[in-house]
Ligand binder design. Sequence first.
Ligand SMILES: Cc1cc2nc3c(=O)[nH]c(=O)nc-3n(C[C@H](O)[C@H](O)[C@H](O)COP(=O)(O)O)c2cc1C
Length: 301
Amino acid sequence: MSHSRFEALCARLTLPVVQAPMFLISGPDMVIAAANAGILGSFPTQNARTSEQLKDWLDTIQQGCAGKPWAANVIVHPTFERRDADLELLLEYQPDLIVTALGSPKHIIERAHAAGSLVFADVISPVFARKAVDAGVDGLVLICSGAGGHTGPLSPFAFVDAVREFWDGPLILGGGIATGRGIRSARALGADLAYLGTRFLASRESMAADGYKQMVIDSSVDDIICSDAITGVAANWLRASLQAAGLDPNNMPKKAEMNVSASVDAKRWKDIWAAGQSVGPVHSLQSIQDIVDELTLQLAE
Ligand SMILES: Cc1cc2nc3c(=O)[nH]c(=O)nc-3n(C[C@H](O)[C@H](O)[C@H](O)COP(=O)(O)O)c2cc1C
């Protein structure tokens, strides 16, 4: 699939921003609000509890977006039991973009292209980026240090430079971006779009519990703890939620065994709240439209 298809997708956005997919947080309300505000909304298909619920969500999204672009995030790891069923269903709705997580995107690319969807892989290192390029993705989502949830270890400067050694195609950049300044910087690095998750956690359309949203509003960059103890891979968490779960943020236990079972994962993420280093600029509960308006003003400054 050619780069011009992605360019055409970007041209349909009023701001070069993706509302990044967030486990247990982003669903139809967020995706639709994002689309109507002029950015690219996305959600992980596993947020729908069953394939039946996913179908309802996809109907709602298709209707609510009314032709505006939207994206979905799919787990491609073979141990995710709903992987094939969710993908088949998703492709019937022809998302503009599919972002793959946790594994090789190889097996979905041909089918996604046949359905008219672009496939980008979410990667945290040049090694994974190269594997995704070799598999034939249309673009890469580079997750840099400071990202909410599972994070990358690399500075965006070093990461983009390393990837540009072998990939001159579309790039989306995520991790620590929450303001117009950050979006402008991502663009200056050559990214087509900025990938913002944490900035949307405390939005009206977010499925986060009220206490979670308030904790995001009350937290600063100093309250973000990076640990692999919860899920087995490095992720950023809110200090106060670790404390509430009986953990000592300054003395986190050793790495947990990675387990992509949906039910185990849901319990971890429901009880312990993820957020990235970009929490600082989140000062109040806002609608997605208000956040996009604020980012637009900042970007014009
Ligand atoms: C609460 C939360 C849940 C997340 N869940 C997912 C997920 O299910 N799939 C995924 O690919 N990324 C997930 N992410 C990562 C985001 O998609 C994105 O990479 C990240 O939020 C970007 O960094 P930022 O939070 O600094 O904006 C999650 C992030 C957060 C904060």
